[in-house]
Design a protein around this ligand. Structure first.
Ligand code: MG
Ligand code: MG
Length: 272
């Protein structure tokens, strides 16, 4: 595979496979989102992910990755990322639950995340979800050919902080392809340095993690579960995208999402 500044450049076939891996990932995230409601154990969401992977004949990409023991990362309330699904963690009205998920297809790995409300949530939580999801699209709009990859984080951070929320520094987005984590790093904040200049064929995951309070996080003794240090809520939205001459192409849109997105943003220059 061709490289530019250490970053793999994908050809059309590779981008098509990456799109399919991400389309399946996103369709399964739709199914998981449909199941989120008060009273269910988060392990139910894991079970849906595994069952759907069998139906699609794909492998869950997170399972066993660096020793991660589940198909989904399931992060409730103050858990920012990398939470474990559990039989005993029962979702209740007012919770928020972030699900990060990916599958392997055609030698490529999908990667996408969303935060779902559980029943009726507080106004503050609702605003956290809306700002986090909107900040993802603010970041995606910067993923243009010729832009420094760090312009994404600068835009995300500005957008989020103007609305009174914090952006996590500890984890960043990344290149996507045959491996879940490739070069370049895609910070959600201004790292104060120059990054790679985005080129046609670069594929990256943009994934703002946004907090209600401080952006400082702690990792629990299980070595995965990452929580906000002040115990306040955190949200996480992620899309995998390809940089094209016509603008960013969202790879991780579901079949259902495609219809909704086109209806909502008919003028949007983001390709899907
Ligand atoms: Mg992810
Ligand atoms: Mg990712």
């Amino acid at each position: 595979m061709k490289k530019y500044q250490g970053v793999f450049i994908k050809n059309e076939r590779e981008i098509a496979n990456l799109r399919e891996a991400n389309r399946i990932t996103a369709n399964i995230l739709d199914d998981i989102g449909d199941a989120v409601r008060p009273g269910i154990a988060t392990m139910e969401l894991e079970n849906i992910a595994r069952r759907k992977c069998e139906e699609y004949h794909v492998r869950p990409a997170f399972l066993g990755y660096a020793g991660f023991p589940f198909a989904i990362c399931c992060s409730v309330n103050e858990v920012v990322v990398h939470g474990f699904p559990s039989e005993t963690l029962i979702l209740k009205e007012g919770d928020i639950v972030s699900v990060d998920f990916g599958v392997e297809y055609g030698g490529m790995v999908g990667d996408s995340a969303r935060t779902f409300p559980v029943g009726q949530i507080s106004e503050e939580a609702d605003s956290l979800l809306a700002v986090t999801e909107a900040s993802l699209y603010v970041g995606i709009n910067e993923a243009q050919q010729g832009h420094d990859v760090h312009s994404i984080g600068i835009a995300v951070q500005t957008f989020v902080e103007q609305r009174g929320f914090g952006v996590v520094r500890r984890f960043v987005g990344h290149g996507v392809g045959a491996n879940m984590h490739e070069k370049p790093e895609v910070p959600n904040f201004d790292p104060g340095t120059r990054g790679v200049i985005l080129q046609h064929g670069m594929c990256i995951a943009i994934e703002p993690m946004v907090t209600e309070g401080t952006y400082d996080v702690s990792i629990l003794p299980d070595k995965w579960t990452t929580v906000t240090r002040d115990g306040k809520l955190a949200a996480h939205f992620e899309h995998s995208i390809a940089v094209t001459p016509h603008g960013p192409m969202i790879l991780s849109e579901s079949d259902r999402g495609l219809v909704r997105y086109k209806a909502q943003y008919p003028q949007n220059r983001i390709q899907i």
